[in-house]
Design a binder for this molecule. Structure first.
Ligand SMILES: C[S@@+](CC[C@H](N)C(=O)[O-])C[C@H]1O[C@@H](n2cnc3c(N)ncnc32)[C@H](O)[C@@H]1O
Length: 252
């Protein structure tokens, strides 16, 4: 999991304050924002002992490279204790948890990746996996859109996605690809067992080799005129169906 050097927005900085306050180098805030949300945020920052520096909107914009900072930008250190995918899977096995993984084959839009991380967190997925050379990395925009989930969901970028999917299969994880032209639907398959859900890129979908490596392909029924869903929406539909089949408890 690679951490951004800069986080911005109330959600992204707020989650870091909550989960790893010691990793915050300093927080820059816009002193002209004096609303309840900012007051609450400043109280939390003070409780966590974070260093807070006032900065005008122009400086904030320069620090994070976006106008969407909401008056809050933080410089942070990379999180320690970063694990490999293998270590994470070993831990899950030890805990008796049934893995639920989201695999994104070539999602390059930071907004889509952020939204996928957000829904992965919501549905209790254990990790998100993507190919190193074919995907967006975690940056400040991804962290902002993820609303804190870039801090909570491990994101692994792997050198060879087909090989990683093969390794998941060797561990007994059922690899299910989502494709709008699949014969069976999402509701026809068992997602209560250890599962990796594989979704494709915004334009071309899954690569051929990725598709071939899947144990099964499923489609989300489309009832209207459009052919496919946005990848983050499709991720949400698939992950929550897996969650529904497993019961609502996290880690089941
Ligand atoms: C915008 S879609 C790309 C559509 C592309 N034409 C394709 O062939 O997959 C991005 C990804 O979301 C998933 N997806 C979107 N709509 C879907 C549907 N109706 N059924 C299954 N997966 C879907 C697929 O994994 C797809 O690759």
């Amino acid at each position: 999991m690679s951490a951004p050097k800069v986080l911005f927005g109330f959600h992204a900085v707020g989650v870091r304050l909550k989960t790893a306050p010691a990793s915050i180098v300093e927080i820059y805030v816009d002193p002209t924002r004096r609303d309840a949300r900012m007051k609450q945020f400043l109280n939390r920052a003070a409780e966590a002992g974070a260093r807070v520096i006032e900065a005008d909107a122009q400086r904030l914009m320069k620090l994070c490279g976006s106008a969407g900072h909401q008056g809050v930008v933080a410089r942070v250190q990379a999180l320690e204790g970063v694990r490999t995918l293998d270590e994470l899977l070993d831990d899950l096995q030890e805990q008796g948890a049934v893995p639920l993984l989201l695999v994104l084959d070539g999602v390059t839009d930071p907004h889509n990746l952020g939204a996928c991380l957000r829904v992965a967190d919501g549905a209790g997925a254990h990790a998100v996996i993507a190919p190193k050379d074919h995907a967006a990395g975690i940056n400040a925009t991804v962290a902002k859109v993820a609303s804190g989930a870039a801090e909570t969901v491990p994101y692994f970028m792997v050198t060879n996605l087909a090989r990683t999917l093969g390794e998941l299969k060797e561990r007994g994880i059922w690899v299910v690809g989502a494709s709008d032209d699949a014969e069976q639907t999402l509701y026809d398959v068992d997602l209560a067992m250890a599962t990796a859900l594989v979704l494709g890129a915004e334009g071309p979908g899954m690569r051929q080799l990725t598709r071939k490596t899947c144990d099964a392909l499923v489609r989300i029924p489309m009832m209207g005129a459009v052919e496919s869903l946005n990848v983050s929406v499709a991720s949400g539909v698939c992950l929550y169906e897996a969650r529904r089949q497993r019961g609502v408890l996290r880690g089941v």
